[in-house]
Structures are given as C-alpha cells and as structure tokens.
Design a protein around this ligand. Structure first.
Ligand code: PLP
Length: 391
C-alpha cells in the first residue's frame, strides 16, 4: 500500500512477471552467477543496520569489512568504494603524472578501463597484449612511452596476472607509475603474495558478477598512504577534516552493500576450492578436444577461478552459433572481450601504437564458460552439450 502511493499501478502489476523471469534466469547456468551469503544471515545483519539507522558514510559494517580485508590480504592500505570504475578514476586522478596526458592500456578489456582514463581527463593509448596470456606486457608498452605518458594501466585479465615484475622494472626505469585494473583479481596470489597490493594502485571490482561481491563496489589499494587518504576523502566529496580541499565525488560503499561482502568473505576460500574443481574438470575435458585451447595457470600463481576463458581455435566453428546452441540448453557463455575496445564506435579514433594482432586474434575466438562453486554437479551436462554444439 505504501509503495502504491509512489509507483503507478502498471509498474506494480509488472512486478510478479519480472520476478518470475528473474527466477528463470537463475536456473540457467550463467557465466558469472553471483556468489551470495545465506539470506537468513543477510537478513539478520540487514536488520541490525536498519535498526541502527546508520546506512552509509563509513559505518560500522563498512569499517569491519575493510578491517577484515586488510587482515586477509595483509595490507593496511585499502579503501572501499562504490565500484571499480570510480576507483580507477580516482586512482588515475591522484597518481598519473600531472601535465602529461596519455595513459597506456589494453584494448582487450571492458570499456570501464578506458572510460576511467577519459573521465580522469587523460587520453588512452592502446597497445597489444603479449604473445602469451591476455595482458599488455612491458615489451608492448615500452615502445609506446613518450614524454607525454602519465601512467600505465594494465588489466589482470580474467584474474591471470600481468608481468608484475616486468612492470615494476619498467616503472622504476622510466618513473612512470603503474595503476592496475585488478577488477577480476580478488583473491589471486603470486608466489604467496596478494596481487591486490601491486603497483602504485590496484583497483578491484566487487560487482555482483565478480568472484567476491558487494552487489556493486570496489576495493582500492594505494602503495602510498597519502594517496590512500586523498582517495578516501575524494570519494566523500573531497572533504578532509570537515573542509572540501579537492575535487570529489560520492564514491562511498553503503552499509547494506558492505554487509553482503562481510558475510561472503567468510566462505571465500571454500568457494575457490569448489570453483577449482570446475576449472580442473574443464581442463581435463578440453585436453582431448583439438578445437579448444585452454589457459595455463603460470607457475606460482594461485588463481581465484573467476572465469574460464577458452580459445576456439577451429575456425570452422562459428562462435555466435555456438553461443546460441548452448543458450538453447540454458548454458550461457559469453564472448568476453569481443570486440576489442578499438573497434567500438566510442574508441575507434583512439591512439594505437604498434599492431594489435595478438589482441585481435584472441578477441575473435574467445569464449568464457560458466564457472561457479555450485556448478560442480553440472559439469557433465555442460561439457556434453558443448561437445554436441561444436560437432
Ligand atoms: C576489466 C574491468 N575493469 C573495470 C570494470 C568495472 O567494474 P565496476 O563494475 O565495479 O565499475 C570491469 C567490470 O566488469 C572490468 O571487467
């Protein structure tokens, strides 16, 4: 009744139908199904938040989540924000060298990576990914560096790490800061160390589709504590000790969003173990299928198993047909990332240095398959249907 005063009847009438179609979507084996804590736990914590009347602005649950993340990842240099895109914008604003305009990045990514550069009043420069893997490399970035380069923005694509040692050396040699788009990299470790505390900044997405989520949200790491303080103030309208002393925006994570993260964090390791079973099942299955190339996890890397990217090397297989055939069986795969950003209307006139041959070859043939902690019992079905679909 209360809602009826605010919402017209047509909208109310459509609710059950929308709820139903949403429910049906949940039955499908979708590629990035959200990982959620139990409803009863969430309800209990949400009720506490409700009753406290304190819903946002660095509240108790936000602070608890931040504290727990710092314990888990053994760093004291995180801030939470309302999404990775805003985190990246803030990090570029704070860290990229002033008066220099260009930020070198990858075309094999989601639009948010390059959007954040433009929102931060810089210009993206696209270079190729390396011969192996899905990331730009020091070898493809170095020839693109010039006197106007203000930062390097690599993406740990699918959570598979970039050459962090190579970028550390390149940054040291040139004085150009590296800001990582670590949107996919929550929980990934390299030689026992979290990937989230690399570069001058690393920004994670905790969007609903990510392996750890706060519905919408982000985690920002800064190696320099002064940058961290500035970022925290920036996401709160630039307010520092009661006074606005810089350009800011509203980038805060609410208590309800933080609650989802706080409850999910407890089970994160268990979920990764289940996801690794799905990954290993796929690996074994595809090792006998010539048409499909899988990804090798580099030595020393502990993955979060957020994505299962495969390259369909047999060019007789039409990817759109394959996606459609699998969707007909409720197996939802994605051509992620296809097209390259440089092929999209908004970015088509951007600066490109060198060829983008490696990125183009991958983006043409890439598919991400469903991976989730609840899919272990569906693996036989998914792989059997996949085989039928590529025949
Ligand atoms: C590589 C990459 N960067 C940035 C983002 C943006 O993340 P958010 O939705 O948290 O802003 C995404 C989203 O999926 C992404 O894939």
């Amino acid at each position: 009744m209360y809602l009826n005063n605010y919402i017209n009847n047509d909208m109310v009438d459509n609710w059950p139908r929308r709820a139903l179609s949403h429910e049906m979507d949940r039955m499908k084996l979708i590629v990035n199904r959200p990982s959620l804590p139990s409803w009863s736990e969430f309800e209990e914590l949400a009720k506490e938040i409700w009753d406290s009347g304190y819903l946002t602005n660095f509240g108790t649950v936000h602070n608890k989540l931040l504290h727990n993340l710092e314990l888990v990842f053994k760093t004291a240099n995180f801030a939470l924000c309302n999404n990775c895109t805003n985190g990246l914008i803030g990090a570029i604003k704070i860290i990229a060298l002033p008066k220099k305009k260009k930020v070198i990045t990858t075309p094999f990514t989601f639009a948010a990576t390059a959007h954040s550069i433009i929102w931060a009043e810089k210009e993206p420069v696209f270079v190729d990914i390396g011969k192996e893997g899905f990331c730009i490399s020091p070898e493809t970035v170095e020839p693109a560096i010039d006197s106007n380069t203000s930062a390097i923005l690599p993406v740990h694509c699918y959570g598979l790490p970039c050459d962090i040692e190579g970028f550390r050396k390149l940054s040291h040699k040139t004085g150009i800061p590296v800001i990582y788009d670590a949107a996919h990299a929550f929980g990934v470790k390299v030689n026992g160390k979290s990937l989230l505390s690399e570069g001058s900044a690393s920004i994670v997405s905790t969007h609903a589709t990510k392996v750890f989520n706060t519905v919408e949200g982000g985690i920002a790491y800064f190696s320099d504590n002064k940058h961290l303080q500035r970022f925290t103030a920036m996401t709160n309208f630039g307010i520092n000790r009661g006074m606005t002393d810089q350009l800011g925006f509203n980038g805060k994570l609410s208590e309800l969003h933080a609650a989802v993260g706080l409850l999910s964090l407890k089970d994160f390791s268990k979920r990764v173990i289940e996801r690794s079973k799905v990954w290993n099942y796929y690996d074994k299955f595809f090792s006998e299928i010539d048409a499909v190339e899988t990804s090798v996890i580099p030595h020393g890397v502990k993955l979060n198993y957020a994505y299962y990217p495969v390259k369909i090397v047999n060019r007789n297989i039409n990817l759109d047909d394959l996606v459609r055939k699998l969707a007909a069986k409720d197996i939802i795969v994605r051509k992620y990332f296809s097209e390259l950003l440089t092929k999209m209307p908004f970015f088509k006139d951007s600066i490109i240095i060198g060829t983008l041959d490696n990125a183009a070859a991958i983006s043409d043939r890439i598919l991400c398959l469903p991976i989730h902690e609840n899919y272990v019992s569906h693996m036989d079905f998914i792989t059997t249907e996949f085989l039928t679909a590529i025949k």
